[in-house]
Design a protein around this ligand. Structure first.
Ligand code: FPP
Length: 248
């Protein structure tokens, strides 16, 4: 889907164009903890708090879609201790999110590959999606066990199966049909990608969907990313002139 409509809003006395869809690579939890001589998993727990806050803040600013990168298909290479800590954090987060999301009318979807995740986590993901499916506020997508290339390969496999079953033929395939086979089916492409902690790469996050997005990189570590940081990112977005391939 194309990037969506933006909305003008007054934020702290400033009239700003608010992106409809913001995507975030939440980076820097480990460094946040290290600076404080704390274990890395402490940084991830603080990162989870920052995640709760950004959902509230996006909602306050009128952002309609938020997609975050919580765990990549490559993150399994981290130490057993760290992966176990992150999985335990997900367990708690997924359960606690049901009530919190329903209180704020937030709809949650989990994107990424379900295979390879612990069975109880998959059940909690399904439950959170089911329990919040009717909510009409912020549409929140969490990428867990997600890799963009893997998402594209899974899409191709689904297309091949539908072709084998006679449901589609090669001539039916165009960009909009292909996008229907991605995990982000039905969601407008992100207008703005934010990556924290000073790294300037997209690390296999939404390679198809970010084709025309604006990128904002900040040195702020993810657990420190607050409302002021989000407004700064929206201000940066306002300075960009989006042309989607058109001439100047
Ligand atoms: C990147 O920081 C962060 C991660 C790989 C994990 C992201 C997890 C969270 C933000 C926890 C909350 C998420 C949910 C869904 C509860 P890093 O460890 O790569 O930091 P570093 O680059 O400083 O080492």
């Amino acid at each position: 889907m194309e990037c969506g409509e933006n909305m003008k809003r007054e934020i702290n006395g400033e009239l700003l164009n608010v992106p409809e869809h913001v995507a975030v690579i939440m980076d820097g939890n480990g460094r946040w903890a290290k600076k404080r001589f704390l274990p890395r998993n402490y940084g991830h727990a603080e990162g989870a708090k920052a995640l709760e806050a950004i959902c509230e803040n996006c909602d306050k600013l009128g952002i309609k879609y938020l997609t975050v990168y919580a765990f990549s298909t490559e993150n399994w290479k981290r130490s057993v201790e760290e992966v176990t800590g992150i999985m335990n954090l997900f367990r708690k987060y997924l359960v606690d999110s049901i009530e919190r999301s329903n209180n704020s009318n937030m709809k949650v979807n989990l994107i990424g590959k379900r295979e390879g995740l612990p069975e109880d986590i998959v059940q909690k993901m399904d439950e959170l999606e089911r329990e919040t499916a009717g909510n009409t506020g912020l549409q929140f997508h969490i990428a867990i066990n997600y890799g963009g290339r893997d998402e594209i390969v899974r899409a191709v496999k689904k297309i091949m199966k539908d072709a084998d079953a006679g449901k589609i033929s090669a001539d039916d395939i165009d960009e909009s049909l292909f996008a229907e086979y991605l995990d982000t089916k039905g969601v407008p492409d992100p207008d703005l990608l934010i990556r924290t902690s000073g790294e300037e790469r997209t690390s296999n996050f939404l390679p198809w969907q970010l084709a025309y997005s604006e990128f904002y990189f900040t040195d702020t570590l993810w657990p420190d990313f607050d409302m002021d940081s989000l407004i700064e990112a929206v201000r940066y977005y306002n300075k960009r002139e989006r042309r989607f391939g058109d001439a100047k």
